[in-house]
Design a protein around this ligand. Structure first.
Ligand SMILES: [Zn+2]
Length: 432
């Protein structure tokens, strides 16, 4: 099969870093547990010494530099694990709309509310996963693994974004997704998707992740890495950097609904870089995470003061809970919570808060946002706004505080383009 999945390495890939700033080594990856380091150009997502912790990017640039001639996220290229920018990515890049909210802000009585809106048309597919996908592809193109089919699992938005950019770059991807996700949540703008090889899985998202992990042990393939991929986390960081630059300092609070946790971890990691820079304050924002009932593994663990996830969320019975959620993309039985550098660590360091959001609350928040800000938002972003409403009631924020909310997806109701289900490379196991 791999013979049909070769990347056309002759596609143009223009060198773009600023020649006035030569960097013998731009970055390295460091294991937070054992301190092992990995050089740039090596597409590694897990410590090869077997540590469960995250790897973190260490950049030689300790000051935030912004290359204004590039669109976001590429303008932060000094803090991205890349060396070049593919011309097609520059042409079709995504952009976050960051603004001070007056309507939602004043309705809620918040004086300093900043919205990071990751929505269509700024995001081609209406999700912030577009930024993660484009930076990940560029990281691969700059690595010694360039050309290897990218293997990953997705329950929805990642599949849509990675399929879109795979098609743009003619780069092969091997996607494992549940049949439910394939039929209900994953789509493409095109009927034919020759670069996306989708395998439906008989199980849940965690089973899809396990199969992707197993498949990527085949020689000549590349595991994308998910939350362990620094390309994804440093890509999300650019959203936070846009917000920090608009405020000219780090905010007091950061809100985002969490599935596996990389978004919150990315913001924390960026706050450490900004602390070294010194110009944007030295204190990380208080992190506010949220999950939707009845599947709230990280929220429960955090609220109960536990460094580990309750096993009831990790066994087979958890799948019934996942099926009852409204924002299904937030369900991951094995989030990056306990691992060193994971959600428990970063919430501990920022005195973070977690919220459990019901379907009714999330839907109400979606309607409220659309009415006031004029654009539809995805269910998981409804969970984020609902958590903001809970925070006001619980007084975990103050009306004068600088608050940033990451609206991770939106504009899909306004998207007037046809979308299509992706034909699987093999039929679902039950239909074979
Ligand atoms: Zn290690």
């Amino acid at each position: 099969m791999l013979g049909t999945l070769l990347y056309n390495a002759s596609l143009p890939c223009k060198e773009t870093p600023d020649p006035r700033e030569p960097m013998p080594m731009k970055y390295q990856l460091k294991c937070l547990a054992c301190g092992a380091t990995y050089p740039e150009h090596q597409y590694v997502c897990r410590c090869t010494k077997g540590c469960s912790s995250l790897l973190r990017t260490e950049y030689s640039h300790t000051k935030l530099s912004v290359v204004n001639r590039y669109p976001s996220p590429w303008r932060y290229l000094h803090w991205l694990p890349i060396h070049t920018i593919h011309p097609r990515l520059l042409q079709k890049t995504s952009s976050t709309h960051v603004y001070h909210s007056t309507k939602l802000g004043s309705t809620l009585g918040l004086k300093n509310l900043t919205v990071c809106l990751n929505a269509y048309p700024g995001m081609a597919t209406g999700s912030f996963k577009d930024i993660e996908a484009e930076v990940t592809f560029q990281r691969i193109l700059d690595s010694t693994s360039r050309g290897k089919p990218l293997v990953f699992a997705s329950d929805g938005n990642n599949a849509i974004s990675f399929t879109y950019y795979a098609s743009l770059l003619h780069y092969p991807i091997v996607l494992f997704a549940t049949e439910d996700a394939r039929q209900r949540r994953i789509w493409s703008f095109t009927r034919r998707n020759p670069y996306c090889h989708l395998y439906p899985v008989d199980g849940d998202y965690s089973d899809a992740i396990a199969l992707a992990s197993q498949f990527s042990t085949v020689d000549g393939t590349l595991n994308e890495g998910g939350a362990y991929n620094v390309g994804r986390r440093d890509a999300v960081a650019t959203i936070y950097l846009d917000a920090v630059r608009s405020l000219d300092t780090q905010p007091d609070h950061y809100f985002q609904a969490l599935g596996s946790g990389p978004g919150a971890i990315a913001v924390y990691e960026t706050s450490l870089r900004l602390k070294k820079d010194g110009r944007y304050g030295t204190r990380p924002p208080k992190l506010h995470g949220s999950q939707n009932t009845p599947f709230t593994p990280m929220a429960d663990a955090w609220i109960q003061g536990s460094p580990t996830i309750d096993p009831k969320y990790q066994g087979e019975a958890a799948k019934r809970l996942m099926d009852q959620t409204y924002a299904h993309v937030l369900t991951n039985r094995f989030p990056v919570y306990t691992q060193k550098g994971g959600v428990h660590d970063v919430f501990t360091d920022t005195h973070g808060e977690f919220y459990r959001v019901t379907r009714t609350e999330a839907r109400h928040a979606q309607r409220l946002f659309k009415k006031l800000e004029g654009i539809s938002i995805v269910p998981e972003a409804g969970v984020t706004i609902a958590s903001l409403l809970q925070a006001i009631r619980q007084e975990t924020i103050h009306k004068d505080d600088a608050i940033v909310v990451n609206i991770t997806g939106g504009g899909r109701d306004e998207l007037r383009k046809p979308t299509y289900r992706i034909t699987p490379a093999l039929p679902h196991p039950r239909n074979r």
